[in-house]
Design a protein around this ligand. Structure first.
Ligand SMILES: [Zn+2]
Length: 258
């Protein structure tokens, strides 16, 4: 039975390694997706800012049209001035010219500001687009590294699985079945017993069971967590198998005295 236990223990090591690698493998896409989420956010921001720029440019074009209208209006008023028949008409035309010029001047000041705003925004957008490009390139590179890493881990898992299956073949089928069933429920199917305590659930096992474990001739389960248990010392030292158990060990010190 010691051989079987030893093989199970090795099997468990393989399973734990495979499990660990699987966890590492699954963590990689999650991390990549997080950075891709960041990229999507800055891309959205960039699109919003581009839309704002388009809106400002549209407003500028609108103002430019209005300037043309204002100029037409002023030249119309100038014409009226030249045609004025009396001082009242003259004054009215002059007022119209003054108002038109004032409107034009205000509009032109505003347009100059708009030109500045558009230029600043274009500069900002160019910078931001460069940042987005850099982030996108870096993600692309990370994705490539991740693909290589994932293939590497998968290769290790596949190799471990092959070794595990070889080992599983030399475990007694009933023992393997029991191991598999407990593993599905508990994650780890085997636990050592050290100082009379099951290392799987930290419960003290009954002294009679501990005696049986020391003989190492049967497959035993922890009465509390149902894992397959074995006496820690039995696995360490092959001579212990032959060593006769003469006295029931006191729980806490049995292992340390040996
Ligand atoms: Zn237990």
């Amino acid at each position: 039975m010691r051989d079987q236990l030893k093989r199970l223990e090795d099997l468990q090591k393989f399973d734990a390694q495979i499990q660990e690698l699987n966890t590492a493998l699954q963590a990689i896409p999650a991390k990549l997706m997080a950075t891709q989420g960041d990229l999507a956010k800055v891309e959205t921001l960039l699109r919003t800012e581009r839309a704002q720029l388009v809106e400002t440019q549209r407003y500028y074009a609108e103002q430019k049209n209005l300037v043309e209208n204002d100029e037409t209006h002023v030249s119309g008023a100038k014409h009226k001035l030249s045609q004025a028949k009396n001082s009242k008409e003259y004054a009215a035309a002059q007022r119209e010219i003054d108002q038109g010029r004032e409107t034009l001047s205000t509009r032109e000041t505003e347009m100059a500001k708009l030109v500045e705003a558009v230029q600043a925004k274009e500069k900002l957008l160019a910078d931001r687009a460069a940042d987005v490009k850099a982030l996108s390139d870096s993600i692309e590179k990370d994705a490539e590294v991740a693909r290589v890493r994932m293939a590497e881990i998968q290769g290790k898992i596949d190799a471990l699985k092959v070794e595990r299956e070889k080992l599983a073949k030399v475990v007694r089928p009933d023992v393997l079945k029991r191991y598999g069933t407990i593993r599905m429920r508990r994650g780890m199917a085997m636990a050592s017993v050290a100082n009379g305590t099951c290392q799987g659930c930290n419960m003290n096992i009954p002294p009679q069971l501990f005696n049986i474990l020391q003989r190492g001739t049967s497959l035993e389960s922890c009465p509390y967590c149902h894992r397959i248990i074995y006496w820690e010392e039995l696995m360490k030292d092959p001579a212990a198998v032959a060593a006769p158990v003469t006295e029931p060990p006191p729980k806490a010190t049995a292992a340390s005295r040996r």
